[in-house]
Design a protein around this ligand. Structure first.
Ligand code: PAF
Length: 281
């Protein structure tokens, strides 16, 4: 396992792997690694010759400076956790990724403007910009993204399609704690009682799924019933509940095809997102 902090050194290693016709699996992360990341890395290990993991808390995708400041940083623990399954761990500092004068910005339309994009302006541009940059540096055969960040996964897929990048985007299912809480780097900032409150997110998603599968087709009715459930829990503010078609990610009034239900919620200072896919047949 090699730790690289420098882009040139990393490209040298990647080029060497490429000359030997090795496939490269890449998992971009912002650290504070959990079982969700580990399952992506393990999948990449099975499917590729060389596994590259990046750990970089990307300032460009935080629209709230306090959120950036508080984002958990556990580099030593992260490296220990993956030293036996990753071949290269890329840990650049901010100047390495964004040298003075950096001016590129990637906007993927219309996906970046809806859903999370509406609530976190600029977030998806910052995410797509760093991911594209990391793709150019690591030149992966396959890149792995968790579906907890459902919209991010779709945006990266669209970027790869629109820009003809020769990369296969692989989605990983959301990993959950036994309680149902979706694994997230932000969970370390939840107190025990916050974690209890957060359980309502997945419970509400499951309820929404059940309501649809029992035949309710009116999206607003489903959202209303879900909102009633969340309103019973104190200490959690729901930012949005949305129902979107899986085919085009458009918000739907009438549920006539497979959909994804998405929730964003605030518990104390921690913002959490989660989603559930609902297949009609
Ligand atoms: O999902 C994340 O952790 C980040 O958005 C990513 C893909 C590493 C880009 O900074």
């Amino acid at each position: 396992m090699t730790v690289c902090k420098n882009i040139k050194k990393l490209i040298f290693k990647i080029n060497k792997a490429k000359t030997n016709h090795n496939s490269i699996g890449f998992i971009p992360t912002m650290g504070a690694l959990h079982k969700g990341h580990l399952s992506l890395i393990q999948k990449a290990r099975k499917e590729n010759d060389v596994v590259v993991v990046s750990i970089f808390v990307n300032p460009k995708q935080f629209n709230n400076p306090e959120d950036l400041k508080r984002y958990p940083r556990t580099i030593e623990r992260d490296v220990d956790l993956i030293r036996d399954i990753a071949d290269i761990i890329f840990i650049p500092d901010t100047e390495e990724i964004y040298p003075k004068g950096f001016g590129a910005n990637i906007h993927i339309s219309p996906l970046a403007d809806v859903g999370e994009g509406k609530y976190r302006p600029g977030h998806f541009d910052g995410m797509a910009t760093v991911v594209l940059k990391l793709f150019h540096i690591t030149q992966p055969t396959r890149a792995y993204f968790g579906k907890k960040d459902y919209q991010q996964y779709l945006i990266v897929k669209q970027m790869v399609r629109d820009l003809h990048l020769p990369i296969k985007i692989v989605g990983g299912e959301t990993m959950r704690e036994e309680s149902g809480l979706a694994m997230s780097s932000r969970n370390v900032r939840l107190s025990h009682s916050d974690k209890e409150k957060a359980l309502i997110i997945y419970q509400t998603l499951q309820q929404g799924k059940e309501i649809i599968q029992q035949g309710e087709q009116n999206a607003q009715n489903v959202i209303k019933k879900m909102t009633d459930i969340t309103e019973r829990e104190e200490g959690i503010t729901i930012e949005y509940i949305e129902i979107r078609n899986m085919s085009d990610f458009l918000e739907t009034d009438e549920i006539t095809e497979d959909v994804v239900i998405l929730i964003a919620a605030q518990i104390g200072e921690v913002r959490l997102i989660d989603n559930i896919e609902v297949h009609l047949s």
